[in-house]
Design a protein around this ligand. Sequence first.
Ligand SMILES: N[C@@H](CCC(=O)N[C@@H](CS)C(=O)NCC(=O)O)C(=O)O
Length: 218
Amino acid sequence: MHSHPTLYLTQGSGNSIKPALVVRQLNRQVSIKYLDVLAGETRESAFLQLNPLGVVPYITLPNGIGLGESNAIAWYLAEGSKLVPDTELGRAETIAWMNFEQTALEANISPLRFFTTIAPELGAEHEHMFPVWREKGNGGLTRLNDHLNKRDFITEYGYCVADIAVFGYTHLAEEAGFDLSAYPNVQQWINRLADQPGYQSINVLLDGINTDDTSIAA
Ligand SMILES: N[C@@H](CCC(=O)N[C@@H](CS)C(=O)NCC(=O)O)C(=O)O
């Protein structure tokens, strides 16, 4: 029986960095377990018993309850901290932008990155979707760039889990072939997030080292 949550992640994932960044920035006590998606570990029965959807990130709590969805997990880990807005509007805006991230950004940037950069050998049967993902992803980035005009962070509240959620795949968009120089407000916001205390880049944050009942804080 663990005394604190176990967070299941995979390396290189813009979804996995969201809860991992919250853990790092707030020094939350969690155990970390990495699963190798390409090796099929997310579809092995031991993990499917925890999360029937067979995807990471996922978190199991000491009471046995599990929670999926990167944005929900990031919010859960940030609850009660300055990373969750303390205004009703700030929290509602956070939900709105988390939904936008999943539908307009992640849904397009993530598969395009996966099938062109991470596992191009699996991409052939999805090639007909590449232009669709590219057009929709550019639409999402245009909307985000407009939103960030004269605005430092996603919500009026300031740096919070909404920024972390939207950052997840947006900062990896060039690995999917998107040209972020066309979105200068997005680029500046990415740099602003990388300047936040406790920030670590994806390869440092998702280092692949399992931790057991210890903080992953350095
Ligand atoms: N909407 C989910 C997406 C989770 C997801 O698709 N995770 C991928 C890695 S980024 C995965 O675990 N894939 C493994 C598989 O499909 O077997 C979230 O935001 O957490």
